[in-house]
Write a protein that binds this ligand. Structure first.
Ligand SMILES: Cc1cc2nc3c(=O)[nH]c(=O)nc-3n(C[C@H](O)[C@H](O)[C@H](O)COP(=O)(O)O)c2cc1C
Length: 335
């Protein structure tokens, strides 16, 4: 049996050798194979966020609910977060703010368990409206009903602007966030949705008592582009250049590091969720190692790809992410 296996493996090696020629090298890392034995589970350090501990430094970025598939997707994602020790932000909860039709699609705490962070999600335009109309109690009640640890507010001016039915943002988001902070006793995370943001926004945000900043950087799923795809050809052609503006996650880590160095003790926010175009654990590992504060990385579309069917598909994806991260923590340092 053993001899057969070895013989087959050797045959594979000969047949596959020509297909496995590599071109190019990932020049972000030093690879040191001589200094440590094979990786194991304990090599990945735990990370704390929202007063909870993650076994993987990985977060499921907010994705929409309120469609037929959303319930299945959200439950799969919640089970994966529980099994692998990750955190999750729900997609926009606007649809369940004052109507419980789709509540079950979002109600994932029973699948997630109590040990993993769970955040509700709402756009800045809705926050503005709730404050103006004195209806923040709807939001507080929802967070309580979802048993969430807090709220993610997405700031998405380009998306709203390019969306035919988009909302108008009347005040500077930073002012609305400050007004919201005065009225809540749960944790707040602020994010973009695929454009990222620049250094001045970082300086302002980091001085607020928020739990984390999630990048939603340029380079992956981009909601400005997505909204544009829903428009006429003429509009598409003329507005497409707008979707190219923004900042990559790599660039944003530099902004964040500079902002922390500049602010010192004045930085009240101390956690980063690095998201937007994170293709794999190598990207994620590179960026969290590069950040000078507590940081985890997040993916949206990559999880979505594996979360629409049976749980085992998503489970295999997460298992390989963990394995990849073990390799990173064992053998790689940043150049
Ligand atoms: C299907 C889908 C739905 C999304 N819905 C929301 C949302 O409701 N609220 C939000 O803050 N971001 C939403 N996002 C944006 C993601 O959270 C994330 O910022 C963005 O997709 C970039 O990450 P990625 O490149 O890993 O996909 C959504 C993304 C996807 C793919």
């Amino acid at each position: 049996m053993e001899t057969n296996q070895t013989s087959n493996r050797k045959k594979d090696h000969i047949e596959l050798a020509f297909q496995s020629q590599t071109f190019g090298v990932d020049s972000r890392f030093y690879y040191e194979p001589f200094l440590i034995a094979h990786p194991n589970d304990t090599i990945i350090p735990t990370k704390d966020i929202a007063s909870k501990t993650l076994n993987l430094p990985l977060w499921v970025s907010s994705m929409t609910g309120g469609t037929e598939m959303a319930g299945i997707i959200n439950r799969n994602l919640a089970m994966a977060c529980k099994e692998f020790g990750m955190g999750i932000g729900l997609g926009s909860c606007r649809i369940i703010l004052d109507d419980s039709t789709y509540f079950d699609d979002f109600n994932i705490r029973p699948y997630l368990g109590n040990d993993q962070p769970l955040f509700a999600n709402l756009g800045i335009a809705q926050i503005e409206e709730l404050i103006e109309e004195n209806k923040l109690n709807l939001l507080h009640d929802l967070i309580h009903k979802l048993d969430a640890d807090g709220l993610i507010v997405h700031v998405n001016p380009l998306q709203e602007w390019l969306q035919p039915e988009g909302d108008f943002i009347h005040s500077a988001p930073i002012e609305t966030i400050k007004r919201l902070l005065d009225k809540i006793n749960y944790k707040l995370i602020i994010k973009e949705v695929g454009q990222g943001f620049g250094p001045k926004s970082f300086i302002e945000l980091l001085q607020l008592p928020i739990e984390a900043i999630e990048f939603g950087a340029h380079g992956g799923t981009n909601f400005a582009t997505l909204e544009l795809l829903r428009q006429t050809e003429a509009i598409k052609e003329q507005l497409l250049p707008i979707t190219k503006i923004g900042h990559t996650a790599d660039e944003m880590v530099n902004f964040a590091n500079d902002a922390f160095a500049f602010l010192g003790d004045k930085a009240l926010c101390q956690n980063l969720i690095i998201s937007g175009g994170i293709k794999d654990y190598l990207d994620g590992y590179y960026l969290i190692q590069k950040a000078n504060v507590n940081a985890i990385y997040a993916q949206a579309s990559a999880f979505l790809k594996y979360a629409t069917g049976d749980y085992e598909t998503l489970q295999s994806y997460c298992e390989l992410q963990r394995k990849g991260l073990q390799t990173c923590y064992n053998y790689l340092t940043l150049r």
